[in-house]
Design a protein around this ligand. Structure first.
Ligand code: UFG
Length: 340
């Protein structure tokens, strides 16, 4: 019997790519999504992209424990990948309670439903933002955590909840993956990042400027202590993130309890370097102007990606040029994003 994975937030950016990766590797996949920040149309795109269909997709809010219970009762779930969450740093400062409610409350509801139905294998979406304003780079999983905004605090809080439940239940097997900055798109151009409204994140904003949907990019500060003064991040191709999740599912049984891993490339890229790479990939200029720093931002976040390499013998393979080329293909094939 193939293993069945429940993917919460399966219609989202990382979720949709991960569903395709799992289906292409023989897993049965059940999706739960309330489409708060995703289009139901993504499910059709998954069907067009993957070699096999999804087992099922349920319109469920991850905070709704009863509805989740019905999903677990309807399928024989072996493991869960929990993506469903809110993820905009700025919005989290404006609406912290909603962030704690969805991200922490949703995780607690999911854990209760899982336990009730005898499912104890989980891959959890954490974030490099838990490290905060790092003093020493690259960041290992042992670097100090010091989140600087509510979004990041919800992710750290979820890790703490997972730690506690793993302490209580010896049968739990949990991997928390701290992603750095996932960007890019499926090489087919059928799946990609399509945030509702004005993009908060750099890459989708750059892509929308290049395609002419927005006039110019604001570069948030050029006075950081980085080589060119703009923020440095560890961008990771969403296909590598998806692959990382599929590999993680295969390693859930390596040991009991909670294990935390970075998911990054180890390479830092500044905002100006990303603009240059995108211009190269798209052949389009990306008009931009430097403005003030964005509140809550940090200068640089770069992963030490060696722990996953050592534990699973797996590393990322796609470079910045591929991230830009694939994001551009998605943008040109879907200039207005997914149909809504
Ligand atoms: N930036 C700009 N202009 C923009 C948007 C961003 O200059 O319009 C800069 C930021 O100041 C930062 C860099 O681009 O230096 C990256 O910013 P993002 O908003 O793309 O990403 P963050 O590093 O803020 O990371 C956040 C979360 C991560 C999450 C990531 C992608 O903290 O957990 O978004 O969703 F992975």
């Amino acid at each position: 019997m193939p293993e069945t994975v429940l993917v919460t937030g399966g219609a989202g950016f990382i979720g949709s790519h991960t569903c395709v990766e799992l289906l292409d590797h023989g897993y049965e996949v059940v999706v739960v999504d309330n489409h708060a920040n995703s289009s139901p149309h993504v499910l059709d795109r998954i069907a067009k992209t993957a070699s096999r269909p999804l087992t099922a997709a349920h319109l469920v809010d991850v905070r709704d424990r009863e509805a989740l219970g019905h999903v677990f009762a309807a399928h024989r779930i072996d493991s869960v990948i929990h993506f469903a969450a809110r993820k905009a740093v700025g919005e989290s400062v404006e609406r912290p309670v909603e962030y704690y409610d969805t991200n922490v409350g949703g995780t607690c509801a999911l854990l209760s439903a899982m336990h009730e139905h005898g499912v104890h294998r989980l891959v959890f979406s954490s974030s490099c933002s838990v490290y905060g304003d790092a003093r020493t780079l690259p960041l290992t999983e042992h670097s100090p955590v010091a989140p600087t905004n509510p979004y990041a605090r919800t992710k750290l809080m979820c890790e703490r909840v997972l730690e506690d439940i793993c302490e209580l239940l010896p049968q739990m097997r949990v991997l928390a993956l701290r992603y750095f900055n996932p960007v890019g798109a499926h090489p087919s151009g059928l799946l990609g990042e399509d945030p509702c409204g004005v993009p908060d994140n750099l890459m989708p904003y750059v892509a929308q400027v290049a395609v002419g949907r927005r006039e110019r990019l604001s570069v948030f500060g050029d006075d950081y202590p980085t080589p060119d003064g703009t923020g440095v991040r560890d961008y990771i191709h969403v296909m590598d993130v998806a692959e990382g999740h599929r590999v993680a599912v295969g390693h859930l049984d390596d040991s009991p309890g909670l294990r935390v891993f970075n998911l990054g490339t180890g390479a830092g890229t500044s905002v100006l370097e990303l603009i240059a790479a995108f211009t190269e990939a798209s052949g389009r200029p990306v008009p931009h102007q430097v403005v003030d720093r964005r509140p809550g931002d940090v200068a640089a976040l770069v992963a030490d990606a060696s722990a996953v390499a050592e534990a699973w013998g797996w590393t990322t393979t796609r470079d910045l040029a591929a991230m830009c080329a694939d994001a551009w293909r998605f943008q040109t094939l879907n200039p207005d994003g997914y149909p809504r």
